[in-house]
Ligand binder design. Structure first.
Ligand SMILES: [Zn+2]
Length: 493
């Protein structure tokens, strides 16, 4: 169904600073590139939020009936520790630390990345290319930029000439920075520096003899600069100009600014029509950071094994929590916020579980068609998921009133309500209904309470044969009973 023909979608475009009406280059098709992870450690929860935001955007385009080619790369080489083209390669450094081959680092953390995103119910992208798989394409782009005179070679490395590029182009247009200000605010180059200007960035870095990740090139053995891979892979799979480029807010400068410069220098064309940036996640009001311990990994949330939250939360609840904020707003994760989301999630799933069995009448007290359009209006306004979720709860309110016989709904409206609610919750927001597992755990808790009661009665009656039988057989099932001051508890191994 080509729903997009009836909907006007507006996207906040970082390039224009406005909400622009979305018009794809090819009707009915969307080309979208999102900067993927550098796979040198377990995926960070903040990164999960970014990828989840673009997953929701990918899902909404698909829901509207677009054919979407969604490319999200894996950075498995070339990402140095600091933005000034200095420091070690992040992956090579980790390999040295763990005494393994760099590609083992890449494999280990790519698997972790995929597993975690799958738990959060993210759809796989259409293409997931790697930097190391596109070295030849990257070398070709460097040659083109050198031919145009916008890069220079120095001692086996190649740098992009930002000052020269800026004469005919606008370096800083995405991030709103002025080159003159950048020049005033940067330190002077020292005599050892290979760069002509501190603003220049590496397209190719010479590999020192001890550097394992290296490839031959016309300038000697080396490795590509980090910004270049995204230009190479986005151009290869989406064309010289494509619809949407996304990433985290922190990538706007220098990474995305450099991508624009590389593409304009090599093809003469502006590479992207809509630049989209997702905002960050904080924890208890502060920036997440491994060094200050204000940090939590997805696995720690699901298992409850952490010092920050009072209990475990399921991936579906965490996803629902993330969707309750607009992707361009900062979102703060806390125990209270997750508890509130869990309640909301359960109410929403209860409504979904009962919607198909709602009694129908001749008329409806609820304007379902108007409600449905309000859901689309929310999503069409730059993917406003918090407004959409408020509309979903409007539907939940009516579903509960219908259940209590305080309102009526016609059979026709019930169909529309059920299909729309399911489409927005499951297909667009990507929230899974895990109420089955919720029911299972409620049942287990009930059965265990009963068994503990029987065992306590047996013990009070000095019937130790029965009480021991219950305890021993539960152990065989992997359930441990513990008698404490506050009564008997159990744990499942
Ligand atoms: Zn990128």
């Amino acid at each position: 169904m080509q729903l997009y023909k009836d909907q006007t979608l507006r996207i906040h475009n970082s390039l224009t600073g406005k909400k622009d009406i979305f018009k794809p280059i090819n009707e009915g098709h969307v080309g979208m590139y999102v900067c993927g992870p550098t796979v040198y450690s377990n995926v960070h929860l903040g990164n999960c939020r970014t990828f989840m935001s673009f997953d929701m955007i990918f899902r909404y385009f698909k829901h509207l009936g677009y054919k979407v080619r969604y490319v999200r790369n894996i950075t498995d080489a070339g990402h140095l520790e600091n933005d000034a083209d200095e420091g070690e390669d992040k992956i090579a450094k980790k390999a040295k630390l763990e005494q393994i081959e760099p590609m083992e680092v890449v494999q280990r953390y790519t698997v972790d990345f995929h597993n975690t995103l799958q738990l959060f119910n993210l759809l796989p992208p259409s293409i997931e290319p790697t930097a190391t798989g596109h070295i030849i394409e990257q070398i070709e782009i460097i040659k083109e930029i050198l031919e145009k005179g916008l890069a220079y070679e120095a001692n086996g490395s190649v740098y992009f000439d930002v000052l020269k590029f800026n004469k005919d182009h606008d370096y800083g247009k995405l991030s709103g920075r002025k080159l003159e200000d950048m020049i005033t605010n940067t330190r002077e180059l020292t005599a050892q520096d290979e760069k002509r200007n501190p603003q220049d960035f590496a397209l190719w870095k010479k590999a020192e003899p001890q550097h394992i990740m290296r490839w031959p090139s016309p300038w000697g053995d080396g490795f590509p600069g980090w910004h270049l891979e995204c230009t190479a892979m986005s151009t290869k799979y989406l064309g010289e100009t494509f619809d949407i480029h996304g990433g985290g807010m922190d990538l706007k400068f220098p990474h995305h600014e450099c991508e624009i410069a590389q593409a304009e220098a090599s093809t003469g064309k502006s590479p992207v029509n809509y630049w989209m940036h997702a905002n960050m996640l904080t924890l208890n009001g502060r920036k997440m950071s491994k060094s200050t311990d204000n940090n939590i990994y997805p696995a720690e949330i699901f298992s409850g094994d952490n010092n920050i939250l009072s209990k475990p939360y399921t991936p579906a609840v965490v996803r629902f929590f993330m969707m309750q904020a607009h992707y361009t707003s900062i979102l703060d994760l806390s125990d209270e916020a997750l508890q509130a989301s869990e309640k909301g999630y359960n109410r929403l799933m209860d409504a979904l579980d009962s919607i198909d069995t709602l009694k129908t009448g001749d008329t409806s007290d609820f304007d379902v068609a108007a409600w449905k359009q309000k859901c689309y209006d929310a999503m069409n306004d730059d993917f406003n998921t918090p407004i959409l979720i408020a509309q979903l709860f409007e539907a939940v309110k009516h579903i509960n009133l219908i259940k209590e016989d305080k309102e009526a709904i016609s059979a026709e409206d019930k169909e529309v309500l059920a299909s729309s609610l399911k489409a927005f919750v499951y297909d667009v927001l990507g929230i899974e209904n895990q109420s089955m597992t919720k029911d299972d755990s409620n049942t287990l808790n009930g059965v265990m309470e009963l068994l503990i009661d029987i065992r306590n009665e047996a013990r009070a009656n000095k019937d130790f044969a029965t009480s021991d039988k219950i305890r021993d057989q539960l152990i065989e099932l992997g359930i441990q009973i513990k008698d404490g001051k506050d009564g008997t508890t159990f744990s499942v191994n």
